[in-house]
Design a protein around this ligand. Structure first.
Ligand code: SF4
Length: 384
């Protein structure tokens, strides 16, 4: 059962009521439960849990260190195109915005990748607006084939595709898929996605399922905080993550919870989320899914990112640019949104070390996959 079917069992109002009716006693029970059930998780998202934030943070820290150690996986986004056929009201790449559009040539992609490689990155996230005409599958497959000889991990955050297209990309060297539902509230979803292919809620919500069926090693989902009530969005995120982890158990599941940032077009979030609420969501998700990766991008300010490290974050970007060519080819181009943390990768890396954690630039190699598929590990003696 894909998530577009499963979600019908969980009406928005039912989850909202359960969250807002949770009592202090429910929260205390949830904090002592092992394992926690979904109703306990809802209590952790509730207003009643706010006085227990310190306790939640301590447990979250302990669970994360047990599962992951003190490491932060580093990655960088590489924007390959700002062309988009959609009109998401909160996004700088909205097709109605009069910004300079660009799609990188192969040479420009490699120039940008070279710059990121020099900064130490081995994990890249290839990002684009949603325009299959400007960013066809073949173009991405070509990029992946070439970059996969140089980088240990490539993920994509582009337009939702069919399982067959995803299989083509997996076979070309892409191992991770990122796709955010933005909001799980159907009515809000339709309001903020008024035109284009993205209007189709079900097509989007089943995208990670198609990715799991195609064999991506990593699946990353998320909700864009600020579009609707964050507590209920958190509940759906947890359900979605649980469903994917159950069905596609060979894929590692991670969750992002980006907050809306200023972008060209001037959209203001109608449901702002403050820092304490971000921490509550992060800790609740960690207690619900101890083994899930939790991703924090440069959307968030440096001071908050620094403080969230011990609480459960496992993946971080650094030095990010959100325009195609932003690292080297055209540094003045308008980006998708404004980043908050402007520190260089080296500065972020030093900050992580100063907090007793280790920044990890490479935690996986395609040779592992070959081995898992029954091929012998290739060892090139000239590199020994
Ligand atoms: S959020 Fe994505 S799909 Fe929507 S306008 Fe921006 S780039 Fe296009």
């Amino acid at each position: 059962m894909t998530f577009s079917q499963k979600i019908l069992e969980y009406p928005w109002d039912d989850l909202e009521n359960a969250i807002f009716q949770a009592s202090h006693r429910d929260v205390e029970y949830a904090l002592s439960a092992n394992p926690i059930l979904f109703k306990d998780f809802l209590a952790l998202l509730s207003p009643a849990a706010e006085p227990y934030l310190e306790t939640m943070a301590q447990i979250s820290h302990r669970v994360t260190v047990q599962r992951f150690g003190r490491v932060i996986q580093m990655y960088a986004p590489l924007y390959i195109s700002s062309e988009c056929t959609n009109s998401c009201v909160y996004c700088g790449f909205n097709r109605h915005n009069t910004i300079e559009r660009a799609t990188l040539t192969m040479d420009e992609v490699f120039t940008e990748a070279e710059e990121l490689s020099r900064a130490g990155f081995q994990h890249l996230l290839l990002v684009s607006g949603e325009s299959p005409r400007h960013v066809p599958v073949e173009y991405m497959a070509d990029i992946a084939k070439k970059l996969s000889t140089r980088f240990s991990s490539l993920a994509i955050e582009v337009y939702p595709m069919s399982t067959e297209s995803y299989s083509t990309l997996v076979n070309s060297g892409v191992d991770g898929l990122t796709v955010y539902q933005e909001t799980y509230h159907l009515g809000r979803y339709k309001e903020v996605h008024p035109a284009g292919r993205k209007k189709d809620y079900d097509w989007r919500i089943d995208t990670p399922d198609r990715g799991g069926q195609a064999g991506f090693r990593r699946l990353n989902i998320g909700a864009l905080l600020g579009l609707s009530n964050w507590r209920v969005e958190g509940a759906y995120l947890a359900l979605h993550a649980g469903s994917l982890a159950h069905l596609y158990w060979k894929s590692h599941l991670s969750i992002s919870f980006p907050r809306l940032r200023p972008a060209f077009g001037g959209y203001e979030p109608e449901f702002p989320v403050d820092d304490a609420q971000m921490v509550q969501l992060l800790c609740a998700l960690r207690l619900w899914m101890p083994e899930a990766g939790l991703v924090m991008s440069t959307r968030e300010p440096a001071s908050l990112r620094d403080h969230l490290i011990p609480l459960g974050i496992t993946h971080m970007s650094a030095g990010s640019k959100t325009a195609p060519g932003g690292y080297k080819t055209n540094r003045d181009r308008e980006g998708q949104f404004e980043v908050s943390d402007h520190r260089s990768p080296r500065e972020v890396s030093e900050m992580i070390l100063s907090r007793g954690y280790e920044p990890v630039w490479k935690d996986w190699d395609r040779a592992f996959l070959d081995h898992a598929l029954g091929h012998p590990l290739r060892i090139d003696s000239s590199e020994c």
